[in-house]
Design a protein around this ligand. Structure first.
Ligand code: ZN
Length: 284
């Protein structure tokens, strides 16, 4: 059974089960067994995954596990909250943190593989665990925005404080202008049931340059062309939230002229394109 209550196999699928295949070990040649994703009657079913996709899944698992360390390093998370996910190249699949697992215990093999309906893919590593509580939101974003390669969700303190006030973070820092091209917007108050959060994220991002949105009374969702880019955006968003909060405590804050914001945004875009969105680790 999938994590989301999708029951057992439906007729009409290839007989070959994922569990029949040899486990894939990163660095080794992909096993001969091939997989494809099939859908029927509104239920997701995976019987075979193409060998090339298996390689992509293994790489994605390694990357997502590694990037979770950054959430801890930059103090964006506590206990088991927060998540990183990444789209699997060449497939309608993504890898995400399991729910209620401590960061020290995360490994590539206990991350959860989901399809774009948010269903866990049976008989793959980590499938005995539930995905992060916000997996449905991630699924909605991947389904709706093909350019998104990675998503980060945190309750990082300062950014979430702005979210709790229902207040966008104004673009009063050159770093924000370069990274976000304007304010970091507020998304609606939404529950994690169904697509509500996902729709709120997509709607907010659709009307802003920012790739970070503060979901009201909840926390931060950052997207990126790569998962590294999404983590970077989440880190800069929290740093910006902290600095702008400190500035407000000192008194009036100077606005950035729109022309300056536009110029810095363009320069930042060029730089991101030149360096590769996922590879530049330098702060703007
Ligand atoms: Zn949350």
């Amino acid at each position: 059974m999938s994590r989301f209550g999708v029951n057992d196999h439906i007729g009409g699928f290839d007989d070959k089960e994922v569990s029949d295949c040899e486990p894939f070990v990163p660095g080794n040649s992909p096993p001969a067994c091939e997989y494809t994703t099939q859908r029927a009657l509104g239920r997701s079913r995976v019987n075979r995954i193409d060998a090339a996709v298996q390689v992509a899944i293994a790489r994605t698992r390694e990357q997502v596990a590694r990037l979770h360390e950054d959430l801890v390093r930059y103090e964006l998370v506590v206990w088991t909250s927060g998540s990183v996910s990444a789209r699997v190249a060449g497939a309608d699949l993504f890898v995400i943190k399991p729910s209620d697992v401590f960061y020290d215990d995360l490994t590539p093999q206990n991350l959860v593989l989901c399809d774009f309906a948010g269903n866990v893919i049976e008989n793959t590593p980590g499938w005995d665990r539930s995905p992060s509580h916000d997996a449905a939101a991630h699924a909605h974003v991947y389904r709706t925005l093909p350019s998104v390669g990675g998503i980060v969700h945190t309750h990082s303190t300062f950014a979430t404080a702005w979210a709790t006030r229902g207040e966008a973070i104004p673009c009063v820092l050159t770093t924000m202008a370069r990274s976000f091209g304007g304010e970091i917007p507020i998304g609606p108050l939404a529950t994690l049931d169904g697509d509500e959060v996902g729709r709120g994220i997509v709607d907010a991002l659709g009307s802003h340059r920012s790739r970070v949105v503060l979901m009201q009374n909840h926390g931060v969702f950052a997207v990126g062309s790569t998962p590294t880019d999404a983590v970077r955006a989440a880190v800069i968003a929290e740093d910006s939230a902290r600095t702008v909060h400190a500035a407000h405590s000192l008194g009036a804050v100077l606005a950035l002229p729109q022309a300056v914001i536009d110029g810095l945004w363009e320069a930042g875009q060029t730089n991101r394109t030149r360096l590769g969105a996922g590879e530049s680790q330098s702060a703007p």
